[in-house]
Design a protein around this ligand. Structure first.
Ligand code: GUN
Ligand code: FE
Length: 441
């Protein structure tokens, strides 16, 4: 048994009552054993966290690690052009090596900025490489290969047969689901209705039920996408997903910017979950999702930064700030306050992933996924009787994360990554993208 005792931290528990405690946290192996004002137990290591804020690790519920290598190569486009002109040809040119370094680059950025759990959508091929990066880096992840058996304007290499898409997904699930002490899980990831036949979506519905795993897709992100779905399937996007029986508590929809009242009711009544991606929605000119209304309807909403080429960062601090600010001009200054947003970024995300008993708060019995923030900086002062939620959501930044632990293992200390060699990953990222660009057909 290995134990770590954090002393004298300011602990933002993010528990049901929203308690903030000045005190200690004992970690034994991969779990939080005890949280209290003063813990006097022996531990293998004692860490003086005086002056630091302890937070549960951020949970991001929509990421594409396979796209990190494409950062800065698809700016200033709308969704469908962004996919057809840039992202699909780039994804089609991936190989095992480039997917691995794309994932490592993304995970390095995520851990560096306090994200400990992700829901990730990979590309059509080479997904085992991404799982390998997730296993080695220590991040907690639900991930799956993207599924695409339908659609126009696809480069060779992305379009797959229905049968192969389902079989490869099952093969990956059997290889990776539950690996690394349960830290890795599989999720079925049909890309969006536009790129999936009904047969594929129904296959996903049945397999997800059989294996008890999540289904993750994009829905109602862009008005052009919705028009395409209506044209082909004769229904609005979420109405269609419900029509074929995919709308269940295990379905997690990214975006949901343009929902009808009927679609919001389906999401609420079926227990479907939503991921809000404000940075991506602004940059791709998709629109502003009605998050205050979804929360009022008690729909589960998490936050995600989406892929690097539509944001262009994977930084949860930036995403939290946007989540709060973009609602205010339309719905007033109190529409999304700092505390609501920080809850979405932690417990809210855990609930979306069905991991609310395991992560999302600093409580005894939960997995030890946490960070220490050092806010002794100009931009976060004064500290005297300042609301900590306000400091974290409105003032803090990714550079303030000092230490990160996932599953009881330190993955960053004193701002140094411990599981990822930064210099190697940066160098290999440049080498990989250079070679990948030469493979584009
Ligand atoms: N819709 C279908 N594929 C994608 C993708 O890769 N990113 C985003 N933002 N939306 C999508
Ligand atoms: Fe996405």
């Amino acid at each position: 048994m290995a134990s770590v005792l954090f002393k004298n931290a300011r602990i933002m528990t993010m528990n049901e009552e929203g308690k903030v405690i000045e005190g200690d946290v004992l970690i034994v192996d991969d779990r939080i054993a005890h949280v209290g004002a003063e813990i006097d137990e022996a531990a293998d290591e004692i860490i003086d966290a005086e002056g630091k804020i302890m937070l549960p690790g951020f949970v991001q519920t929509h990421i594409h690690l396979c796209q990190t290598l494409f950062r800065g190569r698809a700016d200033d486009l709308e969704l469908l052009d962004w996919l057809k002109e840039r992202i699909w040809p780039l994804e089609a040119a991936h190989d095992d090596d480039s997917v691995y370094y794309s994932a490592m680059l993304g995970i390095g950025e995520l851990i560096r900025s306090g994200t400990t759990t992700i829901l990730d959508m990979e590309t059509v091929r080479h997904t085992a490489s991404a799982f390998r990066a997730m296993e080695e880096s220590g991040i907690r992840a639900l991930s799956g290969k993207v599924m695409m058996d339908h659609g126009r304007d696809l480069p060779p290499g992305l379009l797959e047969s229905t049968e192969r898409s389902l079989q490869e997904s099952v093969d990956l699930l059997e290889a990776w689901h539950g690996r690394a002490n349960g830290r890795l899980q599989y999720a079925f990831c049909p890309r969006f209705v536009v790129s999936c036949t009904e047969e594929l979506l129904i296959g996903v519905r049945d397999l997800s039920k059989r294996y008890q795993v999540k289904v993750h897709t994009h829905a109602s992100e862009n008005r052009g996408e919705i028009a395409l779905v209506e044209e082909e399937r004769g229904m609005r996007n979420v109405v269609y997903l419900d029509h074929i029986g995919l709308a269940t508590p295990d379905l997690i929809l990214a975006h949901c910017v343009w929902l009808s009242e009927e679609e919001k009711e389906i999401i609420r009544d079926r227990g479907v979950k939503v991921t809000h991606c404000p940075g991506s929605n602004l940059k791709l000119a998709s629109g502003i999702a009605e998050i205050p209304d979804l929360l009022r309807k008690r729909i589960g909403v998490g936050i995600g930064s989406d892929g690097a080429p539509c944001n262009n960062t994977l930084d949860m601090f930036s995403e939290m700030r946007m989540t709060a600010l973009i609602q205010k001009t339309k719905h007033g200054p109190t529409a999304m306050n700092a505390r609501t947003v920080l809850r979405m970024a932690t417990m809210g995300g855990a609930e979306v992933l069905g991991l609310e008993e395991e992560i999302g708060s600093i409580e005894s019995g939960k997995k030890a996924d946490l960070m220490l923030l050092d806010l002794d900086e100009f931009h976060a002062y004064p500290s005297y009787e300042t609301d900590p939620y306000s400091r974290i959501v409105y003032s803090a930044g990714c550079g303030d994360v000092d230490t990160v632990m996932i599953d009881g293992r330190f993955v960053m200390r004193n701002k140094q990554l411990l599981t990822i060699d930064k210099n190697t990953v940066l160098k290999e990222a440049d080498r990989s993208i250079k070679r990948l660009l030469k493979r584009i057909v």
